[in-house]
Write a protein that binds this ligand. Structure first.
Ligand code: HAM
Length: 445
């Protein structure tokens, strides 16, 4: 491979691409702030063991890890949740609860690069800590939905599939599978959509080695359970099982809260979602696009034991991560990305060195007033400068010739329809503000 190329799975962002990412971050940040979340940020490089012990097998295989020059085993972050759990754990006792935090940053996973999956991708993380009840899960799922609706996507563009590891554990217990093996069974359930019957039977047999149950029964039972796609079906499957029924009270609470927030159409019950990461304990969910390749946009769930496992207090937690890659594809497909506009508000055309000092004075005043202004660094003829201004994306030019400067004025020109007006330089800031708000008419007598 040529050294001049980027590494596989890494992107370079030219300004027009970076503008798209900037837009995505803005929508995410706005949704999080509207929900009362505060922004935080973890380090990019962490001790390797933070992830080998906490993230689960799949992520460990994908780590970008190495030994640093001090002989430490380190890894780029593949996700932010273990760092969050450590940071919150270290200060949790003095923090008002619940804690609502969000972060936006790049993560790194050594995956096979393909459509929707890269080795470096941005992710929004939103997490709520300190509340064990289902109102916290509802709040997090609602925020996940709002982060997608904020782009102008509609309820028909995506669906958040909600599942529950607690309910799975109780169901499997009734089939004779204890909690210490249930995780392995759920890893098989995770493969239901991809695996052949043969592969699934083998995997289930391996998962239940030494357990006095028939793997075929557990496989059949799990398939039946995974096929439940509504609260009513769950209720039927739970009939006669008190442990499951008491859990369904929490489901009712969760679904009612989402309904009250007008989000019923955005969510669905789907027990095939079990989540690959090791730390999830209760409700789990994933957001998928509904059309096309139905790829995952976001994933999350409850992880009540992680903060304590990283040395903090017992602190219930729930959160999600949303990536930029599949989201951007979906926004493009649905025409939900704003047109790329990155030009200056004004371009000052300085015609002759005699006009330069006066023009620079105005340019500086306009910039300090918050406008985005460019100007020609070198002297040039009007036609050339007007071309440069339009190429920069400016809608308006402000023209400084020797004659204008002598009269204490500047000309303002619209590059859209070529109309011109004149403004006294003494009023340049309010006059140009009016031009931006009302158009060139504001300065045409
Ligand atoms: P995750 O399911 O591994 O969860 O990732 C969440 C989202 O990040 C995915 O749905 C996808 O949009 C995006 N993503 C993951 N890997 C890639 C990749 N290689 N390329 C592009 N996008 C990717 C977590 O990371 C959890 N830490 C989320 C969480 C936060 N749970 C609780 N709090």
């Amino acid at each position: 491979m040529s050294e001049a190329r980027t590494l596989p799975g890494f992107r370079e962002f030219y300004p027009e691409d970076r503008a798209v990412i900037g837009h995505i971050f803005e929508v995410w940040r706005s949704a999080c702030r509207r929900h009362g979340f505060r922004e935080w940020e973890p380090p990019v490089l962490e001790p390797l063991e933070l992830f080998t012990e906490k993230s689960g097998e799949e992520i460990v295989r994908q780590l970008f890890n190495f030994e640093d020059k001090g002989g430490r085993k380190v890894s780029l972050r593949p996700e932010m949740t273990p760092s969050l759990a450590r940071m919150v754990g270290a200060r949790a006792n003095g923090m008002p609860k619940p804690i609502r935090w969000f972060a936006i940053g790049e993560n790194y996973r050594y995956e096979k690069p393909q459509k929707g999956r890269l080795r470096a991708f941005y992710q929004l993380n939103a997490d709520l800590l300190g509340e064990a009840g289902p109102s916290a899960d509802a709040e997090i799922i609602a925020l996940c939905a709002e982060c997608l609706l904020g782009f102008g996507l509609t309820q028909s563009d995506f669906r958040i599939r909600i599942s529950d590891r607690t309910l799975w554990f109780r169901y499997l217990a009734a089939l004779g599978v204890s909690e210490d093996r249930a995780g392995q069974v759920l890893a098989v359930v995770d493969k239901f959509e991809r695996g052949t019957p043969d592969e699934l039977t083998k995997a289930m047999t391996a998962a239940l080695a030494g357990v006095p149950v028939d793997p075929a029964d557990v496989l059949r039972g799990s398939r039946k359970f995974a096929a439940a796609h509504s609260f009513d079906e769950l209720t039927r499957l739970a009939s006669g099982d008190e442990a499951m029924q008491s859990r369904l009270v929490e489901w009712r609470h969760l679904l009612d809260a989402l309904k009250a927030m007008g989000l019923s159409e955005c969510v669905t019950v789907d027990l095939t979602i079990v989540r690959g990461l090791a730390y999830y304990t209760g409700f789990v969910f994933e957001a998928f696009e509904t059309g096309g390749e139905a790829r995952a946009l976001a994933g999350g769930g409850r992880y009540d034991a992680l903060v304590a496992r990283l040395g903090g207090p017992d602190l219930p937690a729930v959160g999600f991560g949303m990536g930029d890659v599949t989201l951007r594809d979906l926004l493009e497909l649905r025409g939900r990305l704003p047109a790329y506009v990155d030009g200056p508000d004004f371009y000052a055309l300085i015609l002759g060195e005699n006009a330069r000092a006066a023009a620079l004075e105005d340019v500086a005043a306009l910039r300090r007033a918050g406008f985005r202004v460019e100007y020609n660094l070198r002297d040039g003829k009007f036609g050339k400068l007007a071309q440069a201004a339009e190429a920069a994306g400016a809608k308006y030019g402000v023209i400084y010739g020797g004659e204008e400067v002598a009269r204490g004025v500047a000309k303002v020109r619209s590059f859209v329809d070529r109309r011109e007006g004149v403004v006294p330089r003494a009023d340049i800031v309010p006059a140009l503000r009016a031009v931006l708000e009302e158009g060139i008419e504001a300065v045409i007598p």
